[in-house]
Design a protein around this ligand. Structure first.
Ligand code: A3P
Length: 325
């Protein structure tokens, strides 16, 4: 079995789903998917079997604390970056000189901040505060998260760049098995909402609304705005998380050091991110590519871009929300 097949079979899973998950899948709406056989619609959003299992597991077993920080995003919207930044922000007293012996220099951000739907949240060290991440939509978050006053940071990216990033990520991960799917088919699935954790737009809109109604609970950031003005946004995130920078820290370059430490340029060159693997076998380099704003132009034809734009227009009808570009 090749490396890519190993990763793919983990993503496909399903065959070793629990009885409960199998029963649920037997009556959930399903749709064809390009790399797992089917996606299943649960509580309005679409999942492959292994992620559905993870969502069910987290809904039952994840116990949030009021002091927890939960980082949320749709896949390929800046999760890795946000994990690095949040970790570096809240741990900054412990690692005074981040450019020397910082955990992020030797650990991929996904190893430091677990996904709550990835079965390994128990392994999170008992740091204070605990930081977790998730792609779970607002309405499906474990009850304990909904009932707690933990802080949620949501990172949103424009749908065309997120789609293209996912396309390249899947190609890197599953290689040959992608041959059966054309980009046209994948765009169509994405536009009708049936992509992993999709509909992409509903995911963002729900958290955006929540951030307006409960600004002390949910902070909404745009990947593109962070790319353009990282220091400004990192300061805002720190303020939201209750660990604002002091003037002295800013003067001493602590903010700048954190931004540099967590930059795509820096993280992607580290050995752990060039050659490492996560516990699930995924190669860490798959999480770093170009990080461009509008980079979709290199991959999407004008016609496919138009299809996504049309879906975006329809989804945002009647809403004041706008993606960055
Ligand atoms: P591209 O594929 O457009 O380059 P996620 O972390 O949610 O999986 O998102 C991956 C996207 O974020 C990729 O985008 C990747 O290059 C970009 N990315 C990863 N680390 C980053 C960082 N430290 N700063 C900015 N972008 C980053």
């Amino acid at each position: 079995m090749t490396k890519s097949e190993t990763t793919l079979s983990k993503l496909r899973a399903g065959s070793n789903s629990t009885q409960e998950c199998k029963e649920l899948m037997s009556y959930l709406p399903k749709d064809r998917n390009f790399f797992t056989e089917h996606l299943y619609q649960y509580q309005g959003f679409w999942y492959p079997p292994n992620l559905l299992e993870g969502v069910l597991y987290s809904q039952k077993h994840f116990h949030a604390r009021d002091s927890d920080i939960i980082l949320v995003s749709s896949p390929k919207s800046g999760t890795t970056w946000l994990k690095a930044l949040a970790f570096a922000l809240v741990q900054r007293q412990e690692f005074q000189n981040p450019l020397e012996s910082h955990p992020l220099l030797h650990n991929n951000p996904h190893s430091l901040v677990p996904f709550i739907e990835a079965f390994n949240f128990h392994t999170q060290k008992d740091t204070f505060p605990r930081i977790f991440s998730t792609h779970i939509p607002l309405g499906s978050l474990p009850e304990s998260v909904q009932d707690s006053s933990c802080k949620i940071v949501y990172c949103c990216r424009n749908p065309k760049d997120a789609f293209v990033s996912l396309w390249h990520f899947m190609k890197r991960l599953v290689l040959k098995e992608m041959v059966g799917c054309t980009m046209e088919e994948m765009v169509r699935g994405f536009c009708r909402g049936s992509s992993v954790y999709g509909p992409f737009w509903d995911h963002a809109l729900e958290y955006w609304k929540e951030s307006l109604e409960n600004p002390e609970r949910v902070f909404f950031v745009m990947y593109e705005e962070m790319r353009e003005k990282p220091e400004e946004w990192v300061m805002k995130i720190a303020e939201f998380l209750g660990c604002s920078f002091t003037e002295r820290e800013v003067e001493d370059g602590v903010l700048e050091d954190i931004v540099n430490l967590c930059s795509l340029e820096n993280l992607s060159k580290l050995e752990v991110n060039e050659k490492g693997k996560l516990v699930n076998g995924m190669e860490t380099k798959a999480f770093f590519r170009k990080g461009e704003i509008g980079g979709w132009k290199d991959t999407l034809t004008p016609l496919l871009a138009e299809e996504i734009d049309k879906a975006t227009e329809e989804k945002l009808l009647g809403s004041a929300f706008r993606f960055f570009c």
